[in-house]
Ligand binder design. Sequence first.
Ligand code: S3P
Length: 175
Amino acid sequence: MQRVVLVGFMCAGKSAVGALLARALGWQAVDLDARVEAAAGMPVREIFAAHGEAEFRRLEREATAEVAGRAAVVVSTGGGWAADERNWARLGPGSFCVWLRISAEEAVRRAAGTPGQRPLLAGPEPLARARELLARREPLYARAHARVEAAAGPAEEVAEVVERLVRARLAPAGR
Ligand code: S3P
């Protein structure tokens, strides 16, 4: 295994868990949304507003292509990353994918703490929208090798659970 890829719905803590996990492993943390923002020179919500979702997805694929073959990295994806087959196809061998699972209710509760950050939940009925998106995406997140409950505890605890999974796979066979 050369890299960990965290997938899952909005507000599952992919960025926070990715940063903690990378630090624990001594690997580099790569946040795809942050890379897209740096490439575009504006926050995600402005990319959506000014250029549309399709342009955001194009930048997301580009950012994926840049990091998908790197070693010793923990890649935190955005919630829609898993919905594009081209992103999965880009991942190099040795990618260990972990789904940080969260309910639509918890995602919307968390998103309310950072209003305006998530354009896809910005409409009048965020919970209905989140349920609909999550229902469509869960089968895609389920392609990950492992699933961890993201809301079971704080990011530190979730990162520890993922770290244990990673270390078990890094350990030489038979030990
Ligand atoms: C998106 C999730 C966001 C961000 C963009 C689109 C999605 O990332 O990539 O707003 O389609 O679910 P987070 O999962 O970090 O919120």
